[in-house]
Design a protein around this ligand. Structure first.
Ligand SMILES: O=c1[nH]cc([C@@H]2O[C@H](COP(=O)(O)O)[C@@H](O)[C@H]2O)c(=O)[nH]1
Ligand SMILES: [Mg+2]
Length: 228
């Protein structure tokens, strides 16, 4: 009996999965906290990735004892995003996998914690690529997404927006963050994780499968047409 269940739909996280933006996030946060002589640690990164911006802001302010409110933090970090997020790159493996699934008519979507504005900023150079997806859920601004990852909301909402509204067990999520993996599991979905190097072993083990690049996912094990 295979460890993997057959699926019909794939839901992609964006930052750290489709777009190579996590190094830019690290730079943005370090630029801001560095002004107060503080360090944006990997521990803080792990906790903040995938969360709503104001939740992340509140957590970082508390942990680093920064003299500002979450709204002030969010305004300052937005300035960093305007500077750093203009020129984002799509991971080569992601480009290969998405085009393969799209040309094989496999329904695919994007479920990102970003706000719609942040999504527009990061994807303005990649409009054609993002047209390949059935829909995009921007958790930061979508009224139906009540709670950010690790709550399951965003993945359940994304599944419900496909025309055939697949059951959670028919969906495969692709994520880079521990918060995102937990959200997918809580949604009752299988999840492939492409962890950054700093994600410790114990934060990887809940994933259905861990790979180093999207084009290395053994699609046939999930009942999808193989990439080979
Ligand atoms: O180092 C970090 N990376 C990313 C985030 C947040 O996580 C979101 C990306 O999450 P996801 O990949 O789940 O969409 C970004 O929009 C950003 O708000 C963060 O707080 N800290
Ligand atoms: Mg991510």
């Amino acid at each position: 009996m295979s460890k993997y269940k057959q699926i019909s739909h794939v839901i992609f996280d964006m930052d750290g999965v489709l777009l190579d933006t996590e190094p830019l996030y690290t730079k943005a946060f370090q630029n801001l906290v560095g002004r107060h002589g503080k360090t944006f640690t990997f521990d803080l990164k792990l906790k903040s990735m995938g969360s709503h911006r104001l939740e992340a802001a509140k957590m970082i302010i508390e942990e680093l004892d920064l003299p500002m409110t979450p709204v002030e933090f969010d305004t300052l970090i937005e300035e960093q995003y305007q500077l750093l997020m203009n020129d984002t790159e799509i991971f080569p493996g992601a480009k290969k996998l998405v085009h393969h699934l799209s040309s094989n008519k496999i329904p695919i979507s994007v479920a990102t914690s970003s706000s719609i504005d942040s999504f527009e900023l990061k994807t303005k150079k990649h409009k054609e690529f993002f047209k390949l997806f059935d829909h995009v859920v921007c958790g930061g601004t979508d009224p139906e997404v009540k709670q950010g990852k690790p709550s399951p909301d965003i993945f359940l909402i994304s599944a419900s927006r496909f025309p055939d509204a697949p059951k959670p067990e028919k969906c495969l999520v692709v994520e880079d963050s521990p918060n995102g993996v937990q959200a997918a599991i809580s949604a009752g979905m299988q999840v492939v994780m492409i962890p950054d190097h700093y994600v410790p072993e114990e934060r990887r083990r809940d994933a259905t499968l861990v790979v180093s690049s999207l084009d290395l996912i053994p699609l046939e094990k999930f009942g999808l047409p193989s990439l080979k």
